[in-house]
Each structure stands twice: as C-alpha cells, then as structure tokens.
Design a protein around this ligand. Sequence first.
Ligand SMILES: Nc1ncnc2c1ncn2[C@@H]1O[C@H](COP(=O)(O)OP(=O)(O)OP(=O)(O)O)[C@@H](O)[C@H]1O
Ligand SMILES: [Mg+2]
Length: 379
Amino acid sequence: MSIRNRTRTPNGVHTDLALRVASERPPCGSARLDQTTSLALRHALPPDDRSDATRATRSGETGSTTNEALEVNQAAGLHNLFSAARTSQQEELDVFHQAASLRPVVPRSRITRTIAVAGGKGGVGKTTVAVNLAMAMAMAGRDVMLLDADMGVANVDVQLGLSPIRHMGHMLEGLCTLQDLVMPAQHGLKVVPGGSGVRRLAKMGNGEHAAVIRAFDELRQPPEFLVVDTAAGVADNVAMFAAASDDVLIVVCDELASLTDAYALIKILAHEFGVRRFHIVANMVRQAGDAKKLFEKLARVCGRFLDVALDYMGMVPHDEWLRQAIRRQGAVVDLWPSSRAAVGFKQLAGAVDTWGKPAYPDLGRIAFFSGQGLPAAGW
Ligand SMILES: Nc1ncnc2c1ncn2[C@@H]1O[C@H](COP(=O)(O)OP(=O)(O)OP(=O)(O)O)[C@@H](O)[C@H]1O
Ligand SMILES: [Mg+2]
C-alpha cells in the first residue's frame, strides 16, 4: 500500500488511498484468532488459562460496539440529565475558540507525536488509560490533545465531564472544522470528542476515517502530543487510527481474552500495516509481578509468530479510586494524584520521552499530521 501520488478531494479525503485501503484489506470485524494462532496461544499459557482460551475463542468474546446507536446525539441529552447544570460551558467554549483563532499559526516545522491507545478487547481500560495518560502529560506541562476515536459510542467526554454540542459527523458534513470540535479540559488538555449515539458515526467507512486523520493537518495549533483512544475489536477503524499513529500503546488486563485479542490486533497491524513496535501496559492488575507475567505471555507468542518488538511499559493497578474518579467525571491523576492508579499513569506518562523515535515513521501509510514538516532530528 502506498500513498504516493494521492489525490486530494475538496472534503479532504485522499480518495485513491481510501479506496485502496478498502479494496486491499479483507473484512476483519471480530477479534477471533485463526485456529493455528489460538492453539499456539493456548500452548503458551498455563493449563488453568486454557479453558478460558477455548471459551473466549469459541464465543468470540471481544469488545462491545453497539449497533443500537440512534440518529440523535443522545449522549448530549444524557449529560444534561445526569450532570450538574453547566450553563456557562458554551460561553467558555466560545471564548476558547475565539482565542484560538486569534493565536498566530504555528510554523509547520513543529512535530506532533501521536500515541494510539488500543487493546482489542472491550473493557480493558483503553479509555481510562488514554484519558489519564493525556491528563498526566498535560499536568506535567506538555501540550496534549486527546482524540476520542471510538466514534458513535465515544465516552472520553463523559469521563471528563464535558458536554460537546458538535461531533465528527458535523465536521465530515462540512458544518464545522476540526478546530471547532476542540474542547478545553483541565490543566490545558484539549479534547476532540467523538460523538455518541449517532448511527452514521458508528458506521463510518475508511474514506471517512482517512478524512478525520487528514483533518488534523489543518489545525492552527498542532499539539506536542495527540493521544488517540480507539474502539474495541480489530475492525478497520481501530487498525487505521492505530496505524496512522507514531506509537501504539496496547492495554492488556489479566484475562485470557484480553491477551488473545491483543495478539489479534498486533498481528493485523503488523501484517497489514507494517507496524513493528508496540508498547504494552498492564491494567487492573494486583501487583507488578502479575503485570510482568502478562507481558511475558504476550511477548512469547508474538516472538514466536510475528516479526514485532514489544516494550513493557509497566502497570496500572486495580484501584477503587479510579472508579470514584469516573463517577465524579474526572481523571484520577487530577482528582487523587497520589492514588496507586494515578502513580501508575504518571510513571507511564513520564516514560513517553524514553520511547525513542518511531520505528517506521515513513512507511507510506496515511498518518496523523503527515502534512507537518519532517522531523529535524529525533524526538
Ligand atoms: N485500573 C483500574 N482500576 C479499577 N477500575 C478500572 C481500571 N481501569 C479501568 N477500570 C474500569 O473498567 C471499566 C472499563 O474501562 P474503560 O471504559 O476505560 O475500558 P475500554 O477498554 O475503553 O472499554 P471499551 O472497549 O468499551 O471502550 C470502567 O468502568 C473503568 O472504571
Ligand atoms: Mg473505551
């Protein structure tokens, strides 16, 4: 797959690429493993885990992407029902956007590093990791933007107590720009909400995913970091957003289906998109030893069947404070910075600078901020 000689259409979609992506890639809507891999994975695991593997593989236990989304943005309505009234939020947003339009355009030489948070399986903590990683980096003084790419069932805004009035659908229809979607959160974090309960967002095609990725080229103020929260499963939307990023952070938890689904996603990204390096974080684990064991299981199977490098990025423990923070619609790193989970997220955020240069920055794939200038030297 090459993106050279691509054609830009008025709505920003590189049509030839989108069509080629659509035609070259087989449909892969579920995270089920092929039989050989599943067998191999079961052999690499202790006996106790094997029955789970069989069950998970048979039932196709994967992420939950609902098809029951409605045509209206129900989430906005729900926010209004469940959240405290935020009468001044729209006014603040208007001021924020006016200020953004007055700021000088940053020269294109600035490079944004994009980190996709993925995992294959639903409910492993992808959104929680994306929100807290982005917030921890913002709290450390970095310029961070968080994109909710779980379109149609997006919930970054819910976790952060934001009530977006526009969504990606409006941008794709030309009713607003990406810049208009950007919302300010705590500590200077900027959030691009994905939109929830909108059927057409849940059914976006590859051309529309490409248009969303391309839209970031037009931002007046490209951030230093873009963190992308992806959906569950291994469908095209997840693969495209992950492959378009500089780094892929895979979240796993201590469930066999989490490992099998993470493997399935890594395999697709490696085979079909040429992604060779993955950062792994273990979430909701009890102790560091459990996290390391999880990583080793995944690394053993990937090392046997795939040509990829896996980096262990540490763990985030299971922590009730985190659930409290979600109930309070805030990030645990902000609300309870000394909780065990917050410490894990801060260590993860602190490690980002040690990740080194992306392994395949110029593979000829569609990528976030590829309209920016080329990196001068390193990161
Ligand atoms: N470290 C943790 N400790 C305790 N609870 C956690 C932790 N991480 C995540 N959770 C809880 O697990 C649930 C799922 O988390 P989250 O929504 O982040 O998962 P997800 O992978 O994004 O799910 P989906 O695939 O549906 O998008 C949430 O209720 C969250 O509060
Ligand atoms: Mg999520």
